[in-house]
Design a protein around this ligand. Structure first.
Ligand code: SF4
Length: 329
């Protein structure tokens, strides 16, 4: 079966000047480096990692909002054309973005109903004004907004309601994929579960696929069918969330998982990583994680581990993945 989204060897580099202009050398920053994954309709891929690891850049590359330097994005078997073209706009309708900050994503001067209808007007779709209005009301109903919200303004509604407006707006174009970049992190904890439950219900009902980016690993585990862990622009572990969270095969995943808050009575040792992630311009030789890895051996300093399949089907980029996963079980 053709995957809804196929990402193959995706890369994005930037030229950066080291030192003040006009002196200093130009160096290459690898924001995303050889990322590959597939996502089927109706499934969720969770993307996790520290700030600056390349999650959001990956999302923007998938949507064509940032041009790729290398690799390919295919939607239902079709290559994503260059951003801004008519062909891109047509394909782009199938993929919508849900941002972290709903207020920033909305126009404060437009009523809720107008904003939900707007994507159809922009794309010249949806028939008459009355038909657009009818569809907007149906989508608002689907995300749990009441009819009287139609003529209200975003600032009059709560954070959770605003995120529902963003979702209703995204659904107007009948997308197949939603790229959700930290969709709940700006919301009160009490509201987060409601929005996540809404996303799950919409997935069931509409067969949507989600690329779900979050630093909240508990939430990612709850919503994802598969999880990919990124470090310095690369995927270092990918697979079934239960396997990956219960017996991580990469030391970086181990550290992330150890930081998930658990019940007070559950004893768990938190693995604190030494130092900060290296500057992506100065990627360490060998395994890029080795300066922070408590398992590092001599080989790790010279040989870059490939992302390879383990016996249980997941992928890990670590020379010692099997031993590390076994030590956790
Ligand atoms: Fe650590 Fe070596 Fe594995 Fe890299 S390859 S994560 S340095 S054990």
């Amino acid at each position: 079966m053709t995957a809804l989204l196929e990402v193959t060897d995706l890369s994005r580099t930037y030229e950066v000047r080291r030192g003040s202009w006009p002196f200093g050398k130009v160096a290459t920053l690898h924001a995303v480096d050889g990322v590959s994954f597939e996502l089927q309709a109706g499934r969720t891929l969770g993307l996790v990692g520290e700030s600056g690891c390349g999650k959001t850049t990956t999302a923007k590359l998938v949507l064509g909002l940032v041009p790729v330097t290398g690799g390919q994005v295919r939607i239902a078997g079709e290559s994503l054309p260059a951003g801004g073209t008519a062909a891109w706009r047509a394909l782009r309708r199938r993929m919508q973005m849900v941002y972290q900050d709903p207020l920033g994503a909305l126009d404060r001067r437009l009523s809720v109903g107008r904003q939900v209808m707007e994507p159809l007007a922009i794309h010249g779709l949806g028939g008459t004004e009355a038909e657009r209005r009818e569809k907007a009301r149906a989508m608002m109903d689907a995300v749990g907004l009441a009819g009287h919200h139609f003529d209200r303004f975003p600032h009059e509604l709560s954070g959770g309601q605003r995120q529902r407006i963003v979702l209703a707006r995204a659904l107007m174009l009948d997308p197949q994929l939603l790229v959700c970049d930290e969709p709940i992190s700006a919301l009160d904890v009490s509201i987060q579960a409601q929005v996540v439950n809404l996303l799950l219900a919409l997935q069931q009902r509409l067969g949507l696929a989600y690329l779900f980016i979050s630093h909240d690993l508990r939430m990612v585990r709850q919503v994802s069918h598969e999880v990919a862990v990124m470090y310095l622009g690369c995927i270092v572990e990918q697979g079934d969330p239960d396997r990956l969270f219960s017996a991580p095969a990469h030391p970086y995943t181990q550290a992330l998982v150890s930081a998930i808050p658990t019940h007070a009575r559950q004893k768990k040792r938190r693995l604190v990583l030494p130092g900060e992630p290296p500057n992506p311009v100065d990627r360490p030789a060998g395994c890029a994680f080795h300066p922070r890895c408590r398992h590092a051996v001599a080989r790790c300093r010279v040989e870059t581990p490939a992302l390879r399949a383990l016996a249980d089907g997941r992928l890990a980029a670590c020379h010692l993945a099997e031993q590390i996963a076994a030590s956790a079980t």
